[in-house]
Design a protein around this ligand. Structure first.
Ligand code: PGA
Length: 257
């Protein structure tokens, strides 16, 4: 795992956008799993702007959904579906045949999980997975206590996730279960990038990075990823011990940890 620390959210987003564009330029058939959420929003805007300006071809890419709120329809503005459509797929003119998202309204959610596992198995693997970190350390809806051995699964949402998740909805919404890719998918992704910004993420990031890996802080799984990157701004990195990163990293340069 490498830690990359940036001066601010804008620099982080710029770098993430550049990396995704570079991957797609190198391989038109790229398989991407890009999270919804507040953190990647700016990077997605930059990707769309640059892809248009530089005529970067996304027509052969495949997009895999990370997670979804069970029971929330795609037209609800708080759904991951809605977010990805508006922030990524529409701006990049991605066709629906390129996109595989969880149907969180399915009457058989377990079949939906197996369907998503099969979609991933049929690819040559996820080339790049971009994830956020929840205030409780979750990735996708891999909540505290989750087994690290899972593929796609349905999970009861943690109290913290249900409370924090209200920020995506215009009115109070009952959030009970989530459907999500599991950590087997994350570990098998050829590249995994966890992104976070702001001081509100500093405590949980310190735990995820500096404590030994454990399921109480699911994002600590990143420590065992062979090509994993933690991309954070200075505020999110503010509680890390100096030994965790070198002065060089403060300028946004890579360094092994
Ligand atoms: P956020 O969500 O990007 O909106 O902070 C992160 C997450 O819960 O995974």
């Amino acid at each position: 795992m490498q830690i990359q620390i940036f001066d601010n959210y804008s620099a982080l987003s710029q770098q993430l956008a550049e990396r995704i564009l570079e991957i797609v330029k190198t391989n038109r058939d790229t398989v991407l799993c890009l999270a919804a959420g507040d953190t990647p929003k700016l990077a997605y805007r930059l990707i769309a702007e640059k892809a248009k300006a530089e005529r970067i071809d996304f027509t052969k890419c495949t997009f895999i959904g990370l997670d979804e709120w069970v029971g929330i329809p795609p037209e609800n503005e708080g759904s991951c579906h809605f977010f990805l459509n508006n922030n990524l797929f529409k701006p990049l003119s991605i066709s629906s045949s390129q996109v595989h998202l969880f149907n969180a309204l399915s009457g058989d959610l377990h079949a939906e999980c197996r369907k998503m596992d099969a979609v991933i198995s049929k690819t040559e693997g996820i080339d790049c997975m971009v994830v956020g970190i929840g205030m409780n350390g979750h990735i996708g809806f891999n909540e505290p206590g989750v087994s690290f051995d899972l593929t796609a699964h349905v999970i009861h949402l943690d109290d913290n996730t249900r409370a924090v998740g209200q920020k995506y909805f215009s009115e109070k919404t009952v959030l009970d279960k989530g459907i999500t890719l599991g950590f087997q998918h994350l570990l098998l992704a050829k590249e995994a990038r966890l992104i976070a910004n702001g001081s509100k993420k500093a405590v949980i990031l310190k735990k995820a990075i500096e404590e030994p890996m454990h399921s109480g802080v699911p994002a600590s799984i990143m420590q065992s990823h062979s090509n994993g990157f933690i991309m954070i701004d200075k505020e999110a990195a503010s509680l890390l011990q100096p030994a965790t990163f070198s002065a060089k990293q403060k300028n946004g340069h890579d360094s092994k940890w």
